[in-house]
Design a protein around this ligand. Structure first.
Ligand code: 6R9
Length: 636
């Protein structure tokens, strides 16, 4: 176990103070707990204008050495990974640290055998099976940059991400299980590559469903056949601290997702540190993070954070409601899960399924509960605390982002005081501030503002792949000298943070981020559509739902049909997860004289709060607002 645990409120205070007074000394001490092939000669160099941030400069390491090799002596026979299949009747998989080590080394050798080398980008489009975690680690082992794409994204989305990253290979599977459905993953990959992904030289296919799939001669290979030809040892590539570890695409307020870049040393240091402290992980704990590896939470807290700490991590292929809404609780009892980390949207959907499902399981093994992805409302927090945690487990509400790499603001389980719907205090090493619209820091408590971070931390994004200017624009231009999160927050009278939500044109649907422009572009691809505007509205289960106002070329005579076409456009361009919940046909959008859509008004209409629409006199055509308000009454 690494020696940087904070174990009391007093120690938190002292440690936090030290981390602000001497950030470099603080992080230096933590980084030394990891294995480095060569030490760094300078801890930090930074400025937030270009921006340029470098940690542990000159240090050489490999994150998989720290996740695997380092544990072999003491934990070789300890379980590293437990895999629970979609179908509870299918056999589960357990891999010890030694077995996982061997599987990663073998897969790494397969990558090498297929010409993949350090610095190459590799797209991973796979279901939640052990080979996904193994593939991620195999890339890191040889220094290839992984870019995992959630396997629910469409071929178009996948193609965009492959092209942007210039990926030389795609790692995939024949198909996947999701609840009662089976999805032809390899076919999506084929479609994506056919959309002009010329950089892709290899596709490595894992067998999951035993389906016969199309294999392109000279390009596609089966993993199980490749494994016949490789050895069990692949030395870890010595990586510079600032070498790229991975790219993960995420939505912003513009139409195109951006490739957030994380680097080896800083990400490693922060992933291990936050896992240990936020969850107060203990050596014998079984840890379960329900997030898909396609999202940052799956990267940091399903794979890297737990393995860096020598923990047993559980990976689940299925969905919370299959075969019934008791599945999470059944799996917790089955493996004696001690720490459980999930999203508010999952909690709310299981809440809606009724108490019986949860009350039929003991859940005695649970010690700590976590929440991530979106604000957790008080009702869901209480239900989680009372019915899952039996009022004995702390519920930590962890605020962070793809860009931050790891948990930033959260209670430390069992140590910090808890307050429902509040993320709480920053982890030591993190310096959040609230800014007003003029970029001035708002001092004191009981205040609200734009949430920014004032000092670098090791796992912050370094750039957006292939477009550094976009990184500067998005995160470092709104408030000079600060990293801007895109979130608004409150600091309560005791200094605890409560995240209010995005203040940009990003909506958070079931914990997944979408830019409104991204969805509008997808809707506008529908031939019948002239233009559209998308806003979020409060949704009981998803947190936010997607509400689309759509202008069509011809008057709509069969709304169901046109709706279906619009939904099809969105599913094809992005994926099912971005389907609009509500579509309202309008004859025009409320625009200012300069042609800007007044989203404020549309948001109010979508929320069903038309009492205070604010000033509408600057609109080009104020009459359009009345029509929209009237039309909203009949939207399903
Ligand atoms: C880890 C992850 C980031 C955005 C973030 C914020 C929202 C995440 C939250 C939360 C309130 C929490 N968010 N955790 N809001 N409370 N505990 O979710 O990363 O997918 O990049 O989303 O999600 O709005 O800015 P990512």
């Amino acid at each position: 176990m690494m020696n940087f645990r904070i174990s009391s409120p007093e120690q938190y205070e002292v440690t936090y103070r030290r981390s602000v007074e001497d950030p470099e000394g603080f992080w230096d001490q933590i980084a030394k707990e990891y294995h480095w092939f060569e030490p760094w000669h300078k801890t930090l160099e930074w400025e937030f204008y270009t921006p340029s941030v470098k940690w542990f400069i000159g240090g050489k390491t490999n994150i998989t050495y720290n996740c695997l090799d380092r544990h072999l002596k003491k934990r070789g026979n300890k379980l590293a990974l437990i895999w629970e299949p979609n179908d509870p009747k299918e056999k589960f998989v357990r891999l010890t640290y030694r077995e996982l080590y061997e599987r990663v080394n073998q897969y790494a050798n397969v990558l090498k055998r297929n010409g993949i080398k350090k610095g190459d980008r590799v797209a991973i489009y796979m279901p939640m099976i052990p080979e996904l975690a193994i593939a991620v680690l195999a890339c890191a082992r040889i220094g290839a940059v992984h870019s995992v794409v959630f396997a629910g994204f469409s071929a178009v989305s996948l193609a965009d991400r492959i092209k942007d990253a210039g990926a030389v290979a795609v790692l995939t599977s024949d198909g996947l299980n999701r609840g009662a459905k089976q999805i032809p993953v390899k076919r999506v990959v084929d479609e994506a590559i056919a959309m002009g992904c010329d950089t892709v030289k290899r596709v490595i296919v894992t067998e999951r469903l035993g389906w016969a799939v199309n294999m392109v001669e000279g390009r596609d290979v089966w993993l199980h056949e490749e494994l016949q030809h490789v050895g069990k040892e692949c030395p870890p590539e010595p990586m510079d601290s600032e070498d790229m570890l991975f790219i993960l695409y995420t939505s912003g307020s513009t139409g195109k997702p951006k490739g957030v870049v994380h680097t080896v040393g800083g990400y490693m240091v922060y992933a291990g540190y936050t896992f240990l402290n936020a969850f107060q992980y203990e050596e014998s704990d079984v840890f379960w993070c329900t997030a898909d590896v396609g999202w940052i939470t799956g990267h940091t807290y399903l794979i890297y954070g737990p393995l860096l700490n020598g923990a047993t991590t559980l990976m689940f292929e299925g969905v919370p409601t299959y075969p019934d809404a008791g599945r999470f609780w059944q799996v917790i009892d089955k493996y004696g899960v001690n720490i459980f980390y999930t999203a508010p949207t999952a909690i709310r959907s299981l809440m809606a399924a009724g108490l019986d499902h949860v009350l039929s399981y003991s859940l005695d093994s649970l010690r700590v509960l976590g929440s991530v992805g979106e604000p957790i409302n008080e009702e869901a927090w209480n239900w989680y605390h009372i019915h899952v945690g039996k009022e004995r487990c702390p519920v930590i509400d962890t605020w962070w982002q793809t860009e931050t790499g790891g948990i930033m603001i959260s209670a430390l389980a069992g140590i910090s005081k808890l307050k429902p719907a509040h993320a709480g205090q920053p982890l030591p090493g993190i310096q959040p501030v609230l800014l007003d619209a003029d970029g001035r820091e708002i001092e004191g408590n009981d205040v609200e503002g734009y949430l920014c971070i004032k000092h670098p931390w090791p796992s912050m994004l370094r750039t957006t792949f292939g477009d550094h200017e976009r990184c500067r624009q998005t995160y470092f231009s709104a408030f000079k000298g600060y990293y801007f999160t895109g979130d608004g927050a409150r600091r309560d009278e005791n200094g605890l943070y409560r995240i209010i939500g995005r203040v940009d044109d990003v909506i958070n649907v079931s914990g997944h981020r979408f830019g409104t422009a991204e969805i509008e572009n997808a809707i506008n691809l529908c031939k019948k559509v002239v233009e559209s505007a998308v806003v979020g509205y409060p949704h009981e289960i998803k947190g936010q739902g997607i509400y689309a106002f759509v202008v069509t070329a011809e008057p709509v005579t069969n709304p169901d049909l046109v709706e279906a076409e619009i939904i099809e456009s969105v599913v094809a361009a992005i994926g099912k997860i971005a389907r609009p919940d509500k579509i309202q046909f309008v004859s025009g959008l409320p625009k200012t004289r300069s042609g800007k859509i007044m989203r404020r008004i549309l948001r109010k209409v979508a929320e069903g709060d038309i009492s205070n629409l604010g000033d509408t006199t600057t609109l080009l055509d104020p009459a359009v607002v009345d029509e929209i308000i009237e039309g909203a009454k009949t939207v399903k």
